[in-house]
Design a protein around this ligand. Structure first.
Ligand code: 5AD
Ligand code: SF4
Length: 457
């Protein structure tokens, strides 16, 4: 079975046709998957996590790197075989790959019945109805940029945690990135709509909301608002305990947001602030709009204003023209900033991006791999050091689930988004507990439950 399948499947309409819904890629896609599941449920569909049982297989897809698309293509290959014995099975590709390739996907895969782009999720149920009734093949890739967020609370996967989209699309033009093409221009949702949705979520038991946007810290700019204004509103929302947000763009850090993060108790102490590279020459070719020095300055300002803030990185290695010296500068930046977590990717040329065709993918794959391994080693060392320095501290943890490695241990996250493991049982999921940190590795922080320090003698 594929790890992208929603498991357990969302609650559906008993007896309705069964959909296997697979979600690949980012958090935005996970939330899109929930929206699609809600619309399907409303239209009378049920869900399954098994190929053999499914009347339809739908995939919410990601185009960010070649590898992500590759997984979907290989699954389409498997489904083509399955469909020989089960011709009535309906297959749909939704989201980024559908937006990027449209009808070309249908041409390549005769077993595929329909594609629906990132702005066409509201139509998915009617497209599927039509495909099943008339055996037609359909393409929907020109939807409204302001996809309405009619949310079905019954399909939320976690009781205490929820994502909330505050903006869609991206107005940046980072030269490696396919997102502006697949998700289109930036549109911020109005504040009242966001607050209404947040209230509905909190009334339904949510205590932690993660605000999503491709450049989430640019939210509201078009109408003179700042994400910081939202934090102040959330601070007054009874029942809500934590607000996270992702992903931020260094160029979009504004003072109101920083001040709000410093002032609001519920604001998560974590910023995913991808530098992508530490070399000015590479940053220029990526069209990121800042230099490494400016990035360091932003980090310093953040740390001065918000003492316990932690930072997360995305780094691309092997971008066209990246020399050993350029790479060394990225290494330096990571060593100096000391991110609490870092994702490192090998550059993957994406058709339709400004870099594609214009810049030669000239860093050999073995060099990319070696650079990636070097940065992961560095990150492991930095994380181990940081984790070791935290022993003895007590952290409030929102419990997320049972540890995959050891079923007698649970895991959750503190306000700074560190993953923390402790002995416990599943009754603690969605609760807030306090953990005294005692052991750690590069990847985990572990400790023992302690009584809430606020009530301790
Ligand atoms: N190749 C490699 N990594 C990429 N990313 C985006 N586009 C590409 C690409 N073409 C990375 C960036 C981004 C993260 C989500 O994926 O680091 O921040
Ligand atoms: Fe892609 Fe850059 Fe927009 Fe992020 S900010 S989605 S990397 S174009």
């Amino acid at each position: 079975m594929n790890d992208a399948v929603l498991s357990p499947p969302p609650p559906g309409t008993q007896g309705g046709p069964k959909v296997l819904l697979e979600v690949f890629g980012c958090q935005m896609n996970k939330l899109d998957g929930e929206l699609v599941a809600g619309a399907l449920r409303k239209a009378g569909y049920d869900f399954t996590d098994r190929d053999e049982e499914a009347d339809a297989v739908l995939m919410v897809t990601c185009s960010i790197r070649d590898q992500a698309e590759h997984r979907v293509h290989s699954h389409l290959g498997e489904l083509a075989v399955l469909k020989r014995s089960r011709p009535e099975l309906a297959v749909g590709v939704l989201g980024c790959m559908a937006s990027r390739e449209g009808s070309a996907l249908l041409q390549r895969w005769p077993a595929l019945d329909f594609v629906a782009g990132t702005r066409d999720f509201p139509k998915v149920a009617s497209l599927l109805d039509e495909v099943r009734a008339d055996r037609v093949r359909l393409v929907a890739v020109d939807g409204d940029p302001r996809v309405s967020e009619e949310r079905d609370l019954a399909v939320r996967p976690h009781r205490a945690r929820a994502f909330l989209t505050v903006m869609r699309g991206c107005d940046k033009r980072c030269t490696y990135c396919v997102v502006p093409r697949t998700r289109g221009f930036e549109v911020s949702r109005p504040m009242h709509e966001i607050l209404d949705e947040a209230k509905r979520l909190v009334d339904d038991g949510v205590t932690e909301i993660t605000l999503l946007g491709q450049t989430v810290n640019a939210w509201g700019r078009a109408f003179g608002s700042s994400l910081g204004d939202l934090f102040h509103e959330f601070e007054r929302l009874d029942g809500l305990r934590r607000v996270r947000f992702t992903t931020s763009h260094p160029e979009e850090m504004d003072e109101r947001l920083v001040a709000a993060m410093a002032a609001c108790r519920k604001a998560g102490l974590f910023l995913h602030l991808p530098p992508q590279s530490g070399s000015d020459a590479v940053l220029r070719r990526m069209a990121r709009g800042y230099t490494a020095a400016r990035y360091r300055e932003i980090v310093q300002q953040l740390r001065e204003a918000i003492p316990f803030v932690q930072l997360g990185a995305d780094i691309i290695v092997g971008f066209p023209g990246e020399s050993e010296d350029d790479f060394e500068l990225t290494y330096q930046l990571m060593e100096d900033v000391r991110f609490s977590q870092a994702f490192v990717f090998r550059y993957s040329p994406r058709p339709g991006t400004p870099a594609f065709g214009a810049l030669v993918d000239d860093v050999p794959d073995d060099v990319k791999r070696a650079r990636l391994a070097t940065l992961l080693d560095l990150q492991a060392r930095l994380a181990s050091e940081r984790h070791a320095s935290m022993h003895g501290e007590v952290h409030e943890v929102l419990v997320e689930g049972t540890s995959r490695r050891d079923s007698r241990r649970m895991f959750g996250r503190n306000l700074a988004f560190d993953r923390i493991v402790f002995p416990g049982d599943p009754s603690l999921v969605d609760e807030y507990v306090h953990v005294r940190l005692g052991e750690s590795t590069a990847l985990t922080l572990a400790g023992e439950l302690v009584a809430d320090p606020a009530f301790a003698g």
